[in-house]
Design a protein around this ligand. Structure first.
Ligand code: NAD
Length: 251
């Protein structure tokens, strides 16, 4: 069943991407107004335009820059009002390279986006949230186990679990709940890039599929459904948790 978000204001980072957009669509369908944040202005504006008129604001920002994060949080609050829902979701996969070949600059860039960007978001958005609000951070099944060829990504997705737990404790006195989701392979440009980076895309696709007990990639809207449950009032006693959406891959 769809969730009700009437009168709620949301921020979604990675709003130009597939999981961010699918989540924004569900939030808007439930009655929320959404600030979509991303550094990719073309795709961001296209996504905002595709949502119901008046329901979305597009804000171009680089989540690695504290000043830009402060500016998106401030503008979202000014245009929408106090924030109820924060989907702290922007992220990159980084290169595919074994440790001995993984460039330090790439490693640092992945941490800057996937970890520091999430930290800046928590720091700037939490004070602008209404009591009783909810935050979801996008980790990954790579946040729960080693992933060869993915040192930077794997570390970053482990790291945000610590941020989530800390924010959940700090937010609890104001009933602000904070949780992580752990998707496995999602039907997305990100997975297509990963398949290409690893050589023969069709063969890689089959290899990844063979690891998924339920036999297919996850659709972005299926991640969005989990996120929207976690930020809804139905989840009002759920905080500090981690939720797999992985087709059984972690079994
Ligand atoms: N696609 C998957 O299979 C998968 C699986 C598990 C977790 N995830 C995570 O889900 C989240 C969303 O990814 P997606 O699948 O929608 O991929 P996507 O590439 O479609 O979306 C990611 C978005 O983040 C934005 N972004 C990257 N760096 C940014 C920065 N510095 N500032 C602002 N925006 C920035 C990109 O422009 C992009 O629009 C990411 O955190 C990703 O790691 C994805």
């Amino acid at each position: 069943m769809s969730q009700v978000f009437t009168g709620k204001n949301a921020i979604v980072t990675g709003g130009a991407g597939v999981i961010g957009m699918a989540t924004a669509q569900r939030l808007v369908a439930g009655g929320a107004r959404v600030a979509l944040v991303d550094r990719d202005s073309d795709r961001l504006n296209a996504n905002a335009a595709a949502l119901d008129a008046g329901a979305a604001v597009a804000i171009v920002a680089d989540v690695t820059k504290q000043a830009e994060v402060a500016a998106y949080a401030e503008r979202a609050q000014r245009e929408l009002g106090p924030i109820d829902i924060f989907f702290n979701n922007a992220g990159v996969e980084g290169p595919t390279a074994l440790l001995d070949d993984y460039a330090e600059e790439d490693f640092e860039q992945v941490q800057a986006i996937n970890v520091t960007g999430v930290f800046h978001g928590l720091k700037q958005v939490m004070p602008r949230m209404r009591d009783g609000g909810a935050i979801v951070i996008t980790s990954s099944t790579a946040g729960l186990r080693g992933s060869p060829g993915f040192a930077g990504y794997t570390m970053s997705k482990h790291a945000v679990i610590g941020l989530m737990r800390t924010a959940a404790i700090e937010g609890a006195p104001r009933r602000i709940r904070v949780n992580c989701v752990h998707p496995a392979m999602v039907n997305s440009d990100m997975m297509q890039r990963i398949e290409r980076d690893r050589g023969d895309p069709a063969a890689m696709h089959e290899k990844f599929l063979s690891r998924i007990p339920l036999g297919r990639y996850i659709e972005p809207d299926e991640v969005a459904a989990l996120v929207c449950f976690l930020v809804s009032d139905d989840a009002r006693m759920i905080t500090g948790g981690q939720y797999l959406i992985d087709g059984g891959i972690m079994l």
